[in-house]
Write a protein of this length. Structure first.
Length: 288
């Protein structure tokens, strides 16, 4: 970066008075405009990703479709979309904010600071939008959940419990209390520590008593269900780690992209660069 002064010797440093332009160090109008644009573009592209299956948002209440490769692809999409959206918002803020008569380094820093503010405000807007969407989805899901699942066990263990208590001899469904107790034992078993032998024996007795299976067969079924649930939980943990790392990397990359894009927008503003409205060579207008 050059330290050459960009203002004329007879002009005092400070903002250039433009019609309707703010004369403060922080121009909140361009910041809010860039943040809204960035959040809107990010939301649309993330909704598109969810529609085509790039995001790990499944209608299934289980963990079976949380592929690690899907998590990696989704992570790349998050990084690209977040970086691009906030680069666009930062460029818009730097381009439309009022000009300053100051050194080149000072102008570039102030443009970058506006881009960083676009990133901060946009992240808050995106988080608020995600929270509202999640709250709406949770309310709708609770309203349509079967009473047996909501009272007896969490939805993500519904298939494991159905398989655990499946029986051709039983006509009446297993009580919600039994399912809830079995789900708590399974949750203990799929953690990072092994299931205590006492819990394993009690779960075997629950299955044998509810299904009419012999003790050895009930024990084999419990072992198979626990193994499948443990593998699914480990796969979900790996996917969550990948997505968490991708989200953090996307936010860091978006902050840098917003900073540099705002600086580029400021250069185009000061050079009076006119982006063409059609394909062709860009037009550079000489400074007045």
């Amino acid at each position: 970066m050059s330290n050459v002064e960009t203002y004329s010797p007879g002009v005092a440093p400070g903002p250039t008075a433009t019609p309707g332009g703010p004369l403060s160090y922080i121009h909140w109008g361009p910041v809010l405009a860039g943040a809204v644009v960035a959040a809107a573009v990010w939301s649309v592209l993330m909704a598109f990703a969810s529609a085509v299956g790039l995001m790990i948002v499944s209608p299934s209440p289980t963990w079976r479709d949380t592929s690690v490769w899907l998590a990696i692809l989704s992570g790349f999409w998050i990084i690209i979309v977040t970086t691009g959206a906030y680069a666009l918002g930062g460029y818009l803020a730097g381009r439309v904010r009022s000009s300053w008569k100051a050194s080149t380094d000072e102008v570039e820093f102030r443009d970058g600071a506006h881009g960083l503010l676009v990133w901060a405000v946009g992240v808050v807007l995106s988080v608020a939008l995600l929270w509202a969407t999640a709250a709406t989805f949770t309310a709708a899901n609770n309203a349509t959940s079967p009473p047996r699942e909501s009272a007896g066990a969490p939805n993500f263990l519904a298939y494991e419990l159905d398989r655990l208590f499946r029986s051709e001899r039983r006509l009446d469904p297993v009580s919600s209390d039994v399912r809830a107790e079995a789900s708590r034992i399974i949750m203990k078993g799929i953690g990072r520590q092994d299931m205590p032998a006492e819990d394993r024996s009690h779960l075997n007795r629950l299955v044998a008593g509810s299904t009419g299976l012999a003790a050895p067969e009930a024990e084999r079924r419990v072992g198979a269900v626990l193994t499948e649930a443990r593998n699914s939980a480990a796969q979900a943990r790996r996917s969550a780690v990948i997505l968490g790392f991708a989200t953090a990397a996307a936010l860091a990359a978006a902050a840098a992209a917003a900073w540099f894009a705002a600086g580029q927008g400021g250069k185009h503003r000061d050079d009076e660069f006119a982006p063409p409205l059609r394909f062709g060579r860009p037009v550079m207008r000489p400074p007045v």
